[in-house]
Structure formats: C-alpha cells, structure tokens
Design a binder for this molecule. Sequence first.
Ligand SMILES: *[C@@H]1O[C@H](CO)[C@@H](O)[C@H](O)[C@H]1NC(C)=O
Ligand SMILES: *[C@@H]1O[C@H](CO)[C@@H](O)[C@H](O)[C@H]1NC(C)=O
Ligand SMILES: *[C@@H]1O[C@H](CO)[C@@H](O)[C@H](O)[C@H]1NC(C)=O
Length: 369
Amino acid sequence: MKAIIASAVALLGTLASALPAHSLVPRAVLELPRLVLYYQTTHDSQSLPISMLPLITEKGIALTHLIVCSFHVNYNGVVHLNDYPPGHPLFYTMWNETLIMKEAGVKVMGMVGGAAAGSFDTVTLDGDVINFEIYYRQLRDAIIYYGLQGMDLDVEQPMSQAGITRLVQRLRADFGPDFVITLAPVASALRGGANLSGFNYKQLETAVGPDIDFYNAQFYNGFGDLGTITDFGRVVSQGWNPRKILAGQITTSSNGAGFIPYDRLNATISALRTMYGQIGGIMGWEYFNSQPGGLAQPWQWAQVMTAILRPNEVPRLTITKAKAEGLIQAWKDSVLGGMVGGADGGNTIAAVKVPELTPNVDYMAMVNA
Ligand SMILES: *[C@@H]1O[C@H](CO)[C@@H](O)[C@H](O)[C@H]1NC(C)=O
Ligand SMILES: *[C@@H]1O[C@H](CO)[C@@H](O)[C@H](O)[C@H]1NC(C)=O
Ligand SMILES: *[C@@H]1O[C@H](CO)[C@@H](O)[C@H](O)[C@H]1NC(C)=O
C-alpha cells in the first residue's frame, strides 16, 4: 500500500511536469440535474484509444460525472478494468485524459461490477472479513492511484444486505464526505419489482442513505421505460426522493432494449421536472457509440442531453500547447503499449506502423491558451 501511494505521488509529479499548471478557473458546479455518462469501451475497432475529451472541448456540453468502467474484482486474482489490469499501457490515454476532465470540473468516478459476475461474490466483496479486506483493498488502491472521485456500485448478481451496506460504509469511511458513492440498480428494483442485486434498495437507503449520493437507475432492458413518466413515477411513489434518482437510458439501441428517441425523452424529462420540481438527472450507457453521432461523433449525445437538461451551464476549459503535447505523447504510448503488451493478441494493433502513429484526435486543435 505504501509503495503504491509512493509511486502514485511520483506519477502525479511526472504528470504535473508533462501537463503543466495553467490558469484554469474552476467552474461553479451546480450539480442538479446531473448529466452522467459511462465510459466503458476504451478502444475502437482498430484498437486505437477513444478520446473522451470531446465531451469537454465540443460546444454545448455540461457533463457532470464520467464513470470509467468496468472494474472487476477477481477471486484469486487482481482487479481488472475490463480485460486488463488498470495500469496496462492500453489505458494511458484514458487515465491521462481523466486528469483533463477533472480540471474541467467533471467528476471522474469508477464503476465496479456490471454484467460480468464475480466482484460481489461470497468469496470477494460479499465475503468474510478476510476475503473482503483482500479484495476491497485492491479496489481502494485503484481509487487512490487513479484519483477517482467516486465509485458506482453496479451489483448485477445476488449480494447480501449486510454486504452492500458494509461496502458503502467502508468507502465512505475511507474516502470522506466528498467522495461520490452511487449505485446502479435496474429501475424496477427501486419499487420492489424485478431485481438483479438480491438485496433490498429501500432497506439500504434506510440504513446508509446519507452515504449514497444518487442512483443511476436503469430504465431500459425491460426494467423500466422512459417513453412516458409512468415508471419514474412508480419509483418516486415508493418514497424515493426524485432528486436522488437518475433517469438512466441507453445511448443507442445497439446497447440494449428500450432506447427512447430524444424528442420523446425530452417530453418525459420535461414533464418529470415540472411534476417534481427537479429530478436527479440523466445517465447514459455508454459513450463510444452514442446516437445521434455514433462511433464518429459520440459526444453529440451529451450535446442533446445538455440541451434537454442544463443548457446554460456549459463549462469552459483551457488547453495549453504543453498539455496538448503531453496528451499526444500519452496517446502514442497507449498504442505502443498495446503492441508491446500484446493486448488483443497483437492482431489488429500490430498493423499500425510505429512512425505513422498519429492520434485520431486532434489535440493541437484543442489548444486555446
Ligand atoms: C430479487 O429477485 C429475486 C428473484 O429473482 C427474489 O427472490 C428476491 O426476493 C428479490 N429481492 C428483492 C429485495 O426484491
Ligand atoms: C423539451 O421539451 C420542452 C417542453 O415541451 C421544450 O420547451 C424544450 O424546448 C424541449 N427541449 C429540447 C431540447 O427539445
Ligand atoms: C499518462 O501517459 C504516460 C505515457 O505517455 C504514462 O507513463 C502515464 O502512466 C499515464 N498516466 C496515467 C495516470 O496512467
């Protein structure tokens, strides 16, 4: 642990010189309504990094939280981000870019769990004291090392009431009051309907509600629908504070069932805000292929959602030449690291010739200071 913190400090020092301080004016963040987006797919079909920076450099976007995912806790193994340990060179671009996101006032969180089971098993995070400590500490160390500002618990496998309560309490105790702790239930689980987590969310809220910042409720895949206000209303009628519940939506029909066209979604959100004064916000799963821009311009989803939710709260970011150069270097190192590390079997990525390495995102064009 000490070694990890020491190297984290050294790393931050390195980054600080690669990406020098600048005169960024922190934006006064009005948190509600939140605009939350998951970032899971890190590379395109040619194994090149997918930049998240258009989410702050393109006009008209007021993202509040970006959730890097999916962390998996592995019994008898180490924590992974998708298919690799989070320190794999493939992720250099992503981690370097999260620093810029944070400077722009976007909260960068992690998510553990998701569709792949294992993280919340009775031998891992839902385990006895000994196992819990082993696997929780791996997660905790990753949060510290990557400077994550929050953690989303996406429990999609049965977990005990005591187990989820312990995990929330421990994160709060270790990371303090400003750390963002969220859960990502399927919407129906909030009203006693179909659930994937086993435990009771109302009981959890009663036990540790003040420690949970909000719920990224999944209103899709048959567990809820945002075509009308009905399903969100059913959740609120069970006693939930509408400001703590996000209208979670898939960003394209390629990511699941129940995609709602944006004019329809706007009508629902607008009606909900009229009815409740305010709601928790909108959550989207996931960034890389979001409509209407698709693979080429996935940030357009966030532009549309900003227009729906918080059109007058768009942040400004200053990117210096030195910072752009640091990002270009990280991008090259990410791609080279993927080749050296033999990620994805070295198939597609080996086709990229080293001298031709040019980022697929124009960092220099972002320079504005
Ligand atoms: C969750 O769903 C399972 C069945 O899939 C059910 O046995 C259990 O009681 C449900 N839990 C809650 C808290 O509703
Ligand atoms: C959303 O709907 C409201 C209410 O009908 C309307 O005033 C607003 O212009 C719409 N916003 C967008 C971005 O379509
Ligand atoms: C940023 O990229 C550099 C490579 O250019 C890498 O050494 C460093 O570890 C990356 N930062 C993080 C936080 O991953």
